[in-house]
Design a protein around this ligand. Structure first.
Ligand SMILES: *Cc1c(COP(=O)(O)O)cnc(C)c1O
Length: 497
């Protein structure tokens, strides 16, 4: 079956191929590309449970990316999921306190975004070739911390591409910042902006939507594409690990094929949890989607009331990759629950852009019944790290801890004992100070490096290669700019007057 894509904001019959959607990132009308219909898994769970991560990746991705040949897809997969990951299984499932932590942090930047961003450069360059693109692809990215580094690592020195990353200068962890500003590669450019993540994301979206700018780029032999989680080429690879997790549960005898599971996902831009929702659409038996937020609880309120309202205080928390007030990928869910009505979706999004808020209808709210959304305070987050460590010796990072804390609320409120997979989105080594504070109390007298050593001891895990490398890496990127100067900064770097 050929799967075509359309923009969430385009009510015409116009559709595009998967490779074109990947190449564009965002549609010209500002909408997000969504599949016109959902394919179905054509392998049984028993078959999938015998497969490697790479084989499952092929089985899932071939369903969505139907204009890629088998050879192209297998090439992309084998180059993405290789020894860059520090476990042969690529992802790992660890049982602790009767739940399953799906460890998605074994890649180069020790956060789950590696799963999508290791393969996106291959998908994108393949897509460019398929669509006869002659321009250089300029990846324009806003990051709350983890996307930036994962995208930089993925695209560094990939021929035919350049990558520019904007991050909030004071809104990422020291390790996240160091990871980015030490990035190698002649085609990479990292800029700290004087603003928060939403400012960075809005600035990037504005450049994408700017026709005049895109003409200027074209005249100079460039075109933009996106490595942000709005790109369908990031979403599809994320569906893979939910199928993988389910297959592992069956393989390990924890559940039987066909049994229902829940997933808990620490959520920011709504990409990861949406991928789990897409996994259900293709046939994976997921019962509940537990959407975990930190103190920036705009999604909790949305699921509770039907009103999305970004007009609120923004908090910097110990889970910075979830410090987000505008969750871009929610647009894809809105589109589905309003019956794939692009006009309605566009109206909601225009209202969000203009007034910072919109309210969905009651019938749309009924479409959200599979979701359970709560948030965890800072205290509850650190408490979840502490309690899990005391009980089991297993150490989780602050983002995963938001998930664990919210899952606990779910269990207390519902009594539901369905086996649950918690997406473990980052390695604790990435947030050593917060994690060690949770475990040991006041650690303010220790340096970041000392804390990493201490963490290695308490967790009985070796320091990941990504952390060791960082210790001596020289700083290569020092550019900063105001939000209003983002476009100028891009043009200057590309040599466009
Ligand atoms: C990006 C990120 C998240 C949020 O994921 P979304 O797909 O944006 O919802 C959660 N945890 C970590 C560690 C991240 O890097």
């Amino acid at each position: 079956m050929d799967i075509r894509y359309k923009s969430t904001r385009n009510s015409s019959d116009e559709t595009v191929s998967s490779s074109y959607a990947i190449l564009k990132g965002l549609a010209d009308d500002g909408g997000l590309y969504v599949p016109v219909s959902f394919p179905k898994l054509d392998k049984t769970i028993e078959e999938l449970s015998q497969m490697t991560y790479q084989e499952i990746a092929y089985e899932v991705m071939k369903l969505f990316l139907t204009d890629f040949t088998e050879e192209e897809l297998r090439y992309c997969i084998s180059h993405a999921y290789d020894e860059k990951f520090d476990v042969d299984s690529i992802a790992a499932l660890t049982k602790a306190d009767d739940t399953y932590f799906l460890e998605l942090f074994h890649g180069r930047t020790i956060a789950f975004k590696d799963h999508a961003l290791s393969i996106l450069p291959y998908l994108l360059t393949t897509a460019a070739r398929k669509n006869n693109v002659k321009n250089q692809i300029v990846i324009l990215t806003a990051t709350s911390g983890d996307t930036g580094k994962a995208a930089l690592a993925g695209f560094a020195d990939v021929e035919g591409t350049k990558i520019i990353v904007f991050y909030p200068k004071d809104g990422v962890s020291p390790v996240q910042e160091k990871q980015m500003v030490t990035q190698k590669g002649d085609n990479t450019f990292v800029v700290g902006i004087h603003g928060n993540f939403d400012d960075a994301q809005t600035g990037v979206k504005k450049m994408f939507g700017d026709r005049k700018l895109s003409e200027e780029l074209d005249e100079n032999g460039f075109q933009f594409s996106s490595a942000n989680s709005i790109n369908i080429g990031r979403l599809v690879p994320q569906v893979v690990y939910y199928v993988f997790a389910y297959a592992m549960l069956v393989k390990n005898g924890e559940i039987k094929a066909g049994d229902k599971i829940n997933v808990t996902v620490p959520t920011g831009n709504f990409g990861n949890i949406l991928a789990s929702y897409y996994a259900k659409q293709i046939g994976l038996p997921i019962e509940k989607f537990i959407c975990a937020s930190n103190k920036n609880n705009v999604l909790t309120d949305f699921f509770g009331t039907g009103t999305y309202d970004r007009n609120r205080e923004f908090f910097v928390t110990s889970s910075p990759s979830m410090d987000i007030l505008v969750s871009s990928n929610l647009e894809r869910l809105i589109y589905l629950i309003c019956g794939s009505d692009a006009d309605k979706t566009r109206d909601f999004m225009k209202s969000l852009e203009k007034d910072g808020t919109y309210t969905i209808t009651d019938s749309m709210r009924a479409g959200l019944s599979e979701f359970f959304a709560r948030f965890a305070s800072e205290e509850e987050t650190l408490g979840a790290i502490h309690d899990l460590y005391e009980k089991t010796g297993y150490v989780i990072d602050t983002h995963t801890a938001v998930g664990a804390a919210v899952y606990k609320k779910y269990r207390n409120e519902t009594g539901d004992k369905t086996p649950t997979v918690i997406a473990s989105t980052a390695s604790p080594f990435k947030f050593a100070r917060s994690v060690m504070t949770a475990i040991k109390g006041d650690v303010s007298s220790f340096s970041e490096l000392e804390l990493i050593d201490m963490l290695s001891q308490v967790s009985q895990r070796e320091e990941p290669p990504a952390v060791i490398e960082l210790k001596n890496a020289p700083i290569r990127h020092k550019t900063q700019c105001d939000v209003s100067d983002m476009e100028k900064t891009v043009k200057t770097w590309l040599g466009i007057k």
